[in-house]
Design a protein around this ligand. Sequence first.
Ligand code: C6P
Length: 416
Amino acid sequence: MTTDMLAPSLDLTALRAQFPILSREINGHPLVFLDSAASSQRPLRVLDRMDRYYREQHANVHRGAHQLSVEATEAFEGARRIIASHLGANEPAEIVFTRGTTEAINLVASSWGSKFVGAGDEIVITKMEHHSNFVPWQLLAERTGATIRFVDVTPDGLLDLDDLDRLLLGRPKIVAFMHVSNSLGTINPVAEIVRRAQAAGALTLVDGAQAAPHLKIDVAELGCDFYAISGHKMCGPTGAGALWARRELLEQMPPYQGGGEMISEVTMAGSTWAAVPHKFEAGTPNIAGVVGFGEAVRFLTDVGFDAIAAHEAEITAYALERLTNVDGLTLYGPRENKTSVFSFSYLDIHPHDLSTILDQRGIAIRAGNHCNQPLMDHFGINATARASFYLYNSREEVDMLVDGLAMAAKVFCHIS
Ligand code: C6P
């Protein structure tokens, strides 16, 4: 990310005070939470909004004519309007609520895929994808006899666009790829990939799980056909996410699951479907979660995506400077045009051991393959340690991570 000289700055002390969990101690040390790429923390106003919903407004949505049901429906549909506006959708009906990015991609692979993908068709994904954007397409390919092709990743952790061009010669039905890599932080050139894919006649699905927490998204500018996000990575609750798609596309797609909410009429002879987006929202939804998700997006918007980007650019530059000066540390991924996530190997210390010893100092990082096994295979490794910073992290926390690494070197390698 680039730092705009005039970008507004964050009042970090005041911001951190809004996140109750950040004042916790872990193993006798102040919590240093560097695992927001797995799931972020929530500010009080999101917790309060969900609490108020349950205390004062809960009833089932779209069902009752009574006051509470009307209020619950208004809160739920209000969140749809907030998220539609955050993503730059044409209208709220283009937002389908899901449990998260995983379910959003499964919905597309299952519904759109069952109608538009058949034997002999090609699907293009990339070697960088999270398993959520791998396995649903593998399941579809198994069901239909379609073939999956994988865009290569360069040694720097970028998508190889020449390889994409080569794969587009096969005229795939869809190109599905991530906006931002959860392991490497790479910000992919979405609009350019979409332009090339569309020129080859393919639809595009963008996995926005790691982009929407950091960047203001405008689906019209990106030009894609589907965009998937998870609320819990953007200061919202778990179990609430969204799929954006153009209305005409949603209208062409068959339902994903059957049940209440998604029908227009049910008879013994058959059923007809509700209008979009409800056609894709079978059963009682996660109402409180969606309401909290809407509040989280309002919170991020109030903080300001420009201010968030400027703060994260500063933290990213500082972390890069500090981490690249740690002897024995190998960083994976690009040095520029990236978000505030850092995957690394350190000396011969297994990432799980590193995570455990850092945890003794209250520092939470993630260790493992980050649901990126094909990417790990590509780099010839099994796992990395991963530190991910978000709007509430500070430069001091970068220093604490680096100090923690020095301590781990002493413990495991007797390096002083
Ligand atoms: N990545 C991580 O630690 P869900 O679980 O549906 O909210 O999000 C899945 C998902 C999809 N795409 C990307 C790019 C992701 O990063 C994730 C979640 C977490 O990296 C948990 S594995």
